[in-house]
Design a protein around this ligand. Structure first.
Ligand code: ZN
Length: 165
């Protein structure tokens, strides 16, 4: 009986420790991104355009916790391709829910990327990030297709030039 009780106590202590340590770990060790920024407050790290349309805002975090901002998903993916070793997390604005972000790389709710010529993104790539559960609604409204980050990088859309597609 004693052993059983000790085990229970140890489990309980462990679970309390995990419950306390997890948020602390996030606060002190994890990236502070994604952050929300005001329209016009940041420039795209890749193409240097001012970021106005926050529906397409993307951000990358490097191994030092520094955040880089992008005006479009293709610019963020181009940056990731060029800095593959140093980018530890990549986030894209949720096209449907302003001020919230989805994850292209790292922890968090994964983004589904839709490419449609009817989505008027800053760099003309027509790329928008949504939740998986919202993808069908967007495809019905705008047409287009689902794309993976790798497909976008391999297609040349995320080339190093920063040119519109
Ligand atoms: Zn850009």
């Amino acid at each position: 009986m004693k052993n059983g009780k000790d085990l229970w106590t140890r489990r309980r202590v462990l679970s309390i420790f995990i419950a306390l340590a997890f948020p602390l770990g996030l606060a002190f060790c994890g990236p502070s991104a994604p952050v929300t920024v005001a329209p016009g407050a940041e420039h795209c790290e890749h193409c240097h355009m001012t970021i106005h349309d926050m529906r397409f805002h993307a951000q990358a975090v490097n191994q030092h916790g520094k955040i880089r901002h992008f005006d479009s998903i293709e610019c963020a993916l181009a940056y990731q391709k060029e800095n593959a070793g140093s980018v530890t997390a990549l986030y894209a604005a949720n096209f449907l829910h302003q001020g919230t972000y989805l994850t292209l790389l790292g922890a968090g709710e994964p983004a589904v990327i839709i490419q449609s010529s009817k989505i008027k993104s800053p760099m003309s790539g027509g790329l928008a990030a949504v939740r998986g559960s919202d993808a069908e609604q967007i495809l019905v409204k705008f047409g287009g297709a689902l794309k993976t980050p790798k497909e976008i990088q391999d297609s040349g859309a995320a080339s190093g030039t920063g040119r519109p597609l």
